[in-house]
Design a protein around this ligand. Structure first.
Ligand code: AMP
Ligand code: ZN
Length: 476
């Protein structure tokens, strides 16, 4: 029997005991990335939280059918491909590969299915046909719109009511729409854009329909759990519900969970503010284990404020955990008997995780255990030592917070120390200044960017700006 778990369900805005349609099985969908560029650490939060749900449910004994899509047909992709003189689908394929590299470095467990929009066209077209047949969508000049007022439950997830929505939208948006809140299911493609044949002419899908179609293709009409970043709740998830329920005439999903954002202090991470940190850049410097760790030290429904202190604490904790994971291999057991402090750690962590995936709480329990085991290192019984190994394996499998190769994690951290020690300065301090300089440059604050370079030069640190936009440093 799978263990009980309580999940905060955004449909009811309450924490509820999770009940799946088929006992012991979970049909789970998470909205994946748009593959137009390298992903940033905010995207990483959404990915790692999606992975946490997958791992915890599995470790609680559920069979999980987990679908995480790639949005590989999208305006941003078409725009970026044009700039780089690449075919849009080829451009996407390139960044799907880069995304997979990032996900591996974050220690993500593979999803059951990772569909792409470009490979789901027949299902997307069929679903739009079903919605039209059910009189919840209409066609205007090769374009298909969802008829929002025809769907009585619109707004049930985001708690928006249609009247205020209609008034909130500028009326001049699109005169072909019957109602301002209607949204696009299919649009005609412009020349040079990727397009597919459809009953409404050559075109491509609107953004929202892909997730409804992919969910149905791999999970059926009704899902148990759906996840995404909190920004997706409206309109994306609201529209997914409208489309799926209008096409299938039944409930789309029973539990909705959204992760909060990762911010820089009080600022959102965004390209326009120039404070975007790519997963690849962070991982190259600190390793993926540190990023994963930081992302799971805060409950997924709380905002994560990204600061120098948060990064430093992440490094320190990853080091402590992985030193411990290596050290226990040298412990010698003697005698028999059990110790409740050691035996109970897994169930304490499970209790935390069963409370709406509280990874921060579970990690806290593990640190209590780690300190205790270290004090008993010379007095562990055979049973206790076996439990220590089992506990480490639990942390590895349920949260991915212990790497299968602690040696690799420690050696990348010691490289960080070595670089810093050689320079006689703090590596984190240098990286932070480089980030500040990048922000200054993005804001065209050349004076500040120059001052930062000089400040580093004064410490014998030389910066090199690379063609891909990143900056590396060496001792001068
Ligand atoms: P996008 O590529 O913008 O469609 O985003 C992909 C996923 O990353 C979505 O689930 C977003 O909600 C999530 N996301 C984007 N920025 C952040 C952020 N700063 N913090 C947390 N999640 C984010
Ligand atoms: Zn989606």
């Amino acid at each position: 029997m799978a263990k009980e778990i309580r999940i905060h369900n955004n449909l009811s805005r309450k924490k509820e005991v999770f009940q799946s349609i088929t006992p012991g099985e979970v049909k789970y969908y998470s909205c994946g990335p748009t593959t137009y560029d390298f992903l940033h650490i905010g995207n990483a939060r959404a990915l790692v939280v999606g992975d946490l749900f997958h791992r915890v449910l599995r470790s609680f004994g559920y069979r999980v059918n987990f679908v995480r899509n790639y949005t590989d047909v999208d305006d941003k992709i078409i725009e970026r491909a044009k700039e780089q003189k690449r075919d849009p689908i080829e451009h996407s394929a390139l960044f799907v590969k880069e995304c997979e590299t990032d996900m591996n470095s974050l220690g993500m467990m593979p999803a059951t299915h990772t569909p792409k929009v470009s490979e789901t066209m027949p299902e997307i077209i069929k679903m739009i046909e079903d919605i039209i047949r059910n009189k919840k969508a209409y066609v205007v000049d090769g374009e298909v719109f969802f008829d929002v007022p025809s769907f009585a439950d619109y707004g049930k997830l985001s708690k928006k009511d249609l009247d205020s929505l209609q008034h909130g939208i500028r009326v001049d948006v699109d005169t072909r729409k019957k109602n301002p809140a209607d949204f696009v299911l299919w649009k005609p493609a412009k020349t040079g854009e990727p397009s597919w044949d459809s009953p409404w002419g050559k075109g491509r899908p609107g953004w929202h329909i892909e997730c409804s179609a992919m969910a149905k293709k791999f999970l059926g009409n009704t899902l148990d759990l759906h996840h995404g970043g909190v920004d997706l709740m409206f309109p994306h998830h609201e529209n997914e519900i409208a489309q799926s329920e209008a096409a299938n005439n039944c409930s789309f999903c029973h539990h909705w969970a959204h992760n909060e954002f990762l911010n820089f202090g009080t600022e959102k991470m965004s390209k326009s503010l120039g404070n975007v940190v790519k997963i690849r850049d962070f991982v190259n410097k600190y390793g993926g284990q540190v990023l994963r760790h930081i992302l799971l030290t805060v409950h997924y429904r709380a905002r994560l404020e990204w600061t120098d202190e948060v990064v430093q604490r992440g490094i320190d904790e990853v080091r402590r955990i992985h030193e411990f994971a290596l050290e226990v291999n040298t412990f010698k057991a003697s005698g028999n008997g059990t110790d409740p402090e050691i035996e109970n750690c897994i169930s304490r962590m499970e209790e935390e995780l069963s409370n709406d995936f509280n990874s921060a709480g579970a990690l806290g329990q593990f640190f209590v255990f780690l300190r205790y085991v270290k004090t008993k290192r010379d007095q562990l019984s055979h049973e206790s030592l076996a439990t220590v190994h089992r506990t480490i394996k639990f942390v590895q499998e349920s949260m991915g917070l212990i790497n299968a190769s602690p040696e690799n994690v420690l050696s990348s951290l010691s490289r960080l120390d070595h670089d810093s020690a050689a320079a006689g300065v703090d590596g984190v301090w240098i990286e932070n200044l480089i980030e500040e300089r990048k922000t200054a440059k993005a804001q065209k604050n050349w004076k500040l960017a120059d001052e930062i370079r000089k400040e580093l030069n004064a410490q014998n640190i030389v910066l090199k700006d690379n063609p891909d936009g990143s900056t590396s440093w060496k001792i001068g």
